[in-house]
Design a protein around this ligand. Structure first.
Ligand code: NAD
Ligand SMILES: O=C(O)C(=O)C[C@@H](O)[C@H](O)[C@H](O)COP(=O)(O)O
Ligand code: ZN
Length: 365
């Protein structure tokens, strides 16, 4: 079992990575002093339930003397919406959840963001525990960004609400489709690019094994990736500065994901395209060499992720979406640009015409 820790100064928690953890959820809640007198709420999605990951959590809670209700959301990005969160609030209230209740987010990034948002707002904030079940969740379960979307903007209604703990049972990855494993891997690649060239090189030589869920490499991948995320979040919980580096590939990535229509491209796939474009923009603006950008693109290709912007997405709409990105000020464009593998820089007021050129050069063939 591996333990990483987030410590933001006013809150701290463990990220536990290992096997068989879901079947020990109840015991973990006892360690965390979660009260058995209150009712608790598991939020999961239809695919995670069908894959059999809900049953061990329910059994272990019962064995530890906890009573929990289950709220199942439809699988997919479209579930990250306010109307569904309202249904979850009504459900929680009907079931009698109180301020000592805990929300358990059992699923990928969609469930984590949604359930975390519900926990952040219910009774002005109750505790939640992340039980991630996707490769992507090495990123999403850590750091306390919780949110739902608007139809034309990602993660726009949300909060910073840190979990009580992250319990990452890597056995859940065995039921995860390959496309989703690739998508989640994009965020691990991002962590290497922004912070750790040696980790990036390690991934280059271990990609095949990682995508095959090889138990000899998976724990190391997840631990190294989570550690990078934990370090950045611990240093800057509320994204006053440094934390924005975690948004590498996301300025264009979020615009592509949104305009493609939620669910058409996965988050990691859109971020993969965004990383290729951000690297090319970095070359164009003189931040890094063409060889460095080529390394990013080669890695994205090696992971079997898309590198090109779909032709049906309009450039003006992409630009206008990016101008409303959360990192933007006054409608100008903010990008995280690449200096070299392992080092990025947050750059404000990037000229839109340069971005247009990069978009044009990064279209599907
Ligand atoms: N809060 C953050 O810091 C943060 C970071 C990165 C991404 N995100 C968000 O995360 C979301 C993407 O997360 P994701 O890629 O995990 O998507 P997801 O939660 O939609 O999961 C991907 C698919 O896999 C299914 N699934 C999940 N676990 C499974 C398992 N073990 N076996 C079989 N099927 C399983 C899901 O039902 C879904 O169909 C986006 O909304 C993104 O904005 C948030
Ligand atoms: O945790 C962060 O900070 C990140 O930027 C991680 C991203 O991978 C993630 O997609 C996040 O939800 C994006 O945040 P947003 O503030 O741009 O919505
Ligand atoms: Zn992301």
């Amino acid at each position: 079992m591996i333990r990483e820790r987030v410590d933001t100064g006013h809150t701290s928690y463990d990220i536990v990575i290992g096997t068989g953890l879901l079947a020990r959820t109840g015991a973990f809640l006892q360690e965390l002093n979660v009260k058995a007198a209150s009712r608790h709420l598991i939020i999961t999605d239809t695919n995670v339930q069908a894959a059999g990951h809900l049953a061990p959590v329910l059994s272990s809670l019962e064995a530890a003397g906890y009573r929990a209700d289950v709220f199942v959301i439809p699988a997919g990005e479209a579930s990250k919406r306010l109307a569904l969160a309202e249904e979850a609030f009504e459900f929680a209230y009907e079931k009698g959840l109180d301020r000592h209740s805990v929300v358990l987010a059992l699923g990928g990034g969609v469930v984590g963001d949604f359930a975390g948002f519900v926990a952040a707002a219910y009774m002005r904030g109750i505790n939640f525990v992340q039980l991630p079940t996707t490769m992507l969740a090495q990123d999403s379960a850590v750091g306390g960004k919780v949110a739902v979307n608007l139809s034309r903007a990602k993660n726009i209604i949300g909060a910073f609400h840190q979990p009580l703990a992250v319990l990452y049972d890597i056995e859940t990855l065995h039921t995860l489709p390959l496309r989703e494993r690739r998508g989640g891997y994009a965020e691990a690649i991002k962590h290497g690019i922004i912070r750790d060239a040696e980790f990036f090189d390690w991934m280059k030589t271990h990609t095949a094994a990682i995508l095959q869920n090889d138990p000899a490499v998976l724990p190391e991948l997840l631990a190294r990736s989570c550690r990078i995320k934990a370090e950045v979040v611990s240093a800057d919980e509320r994204e006053q500065g440094l934390r924005a580096i975690l948004n590498f590939g996301h300025t264009l990535g979020h615009a592509v994901e949104t305009l493609a229509g939620y669910g058409r491209l996965g988050h990691g796939e859109a971020v993969a395209i965004g990383m290729v474009a951000a690297a090319r923009l970095s070359v164009r603006l003189g931040y890094c060499s063409a060889e460095t950008a080529a390394e990013v693109e080669a890695m994205v290709e090696l992971a079997g992720l898309p590198t090109r912007i779909p032709n049906n997405l309009d450039t003006d709409e992409l630009i206008s979406s990016m101008q409303k990105d959360k990192k933007a000020t006054g409608g100008t464009l903010t990008f995280v640009l690449l200096r070299r593998i392992g080092e990025v820089e947050i750059v404000k007021e990037v000229p839109p015409e340069q971005v247009r050129e990069v978009i044009a050069a990064t279209r599907e063939g």
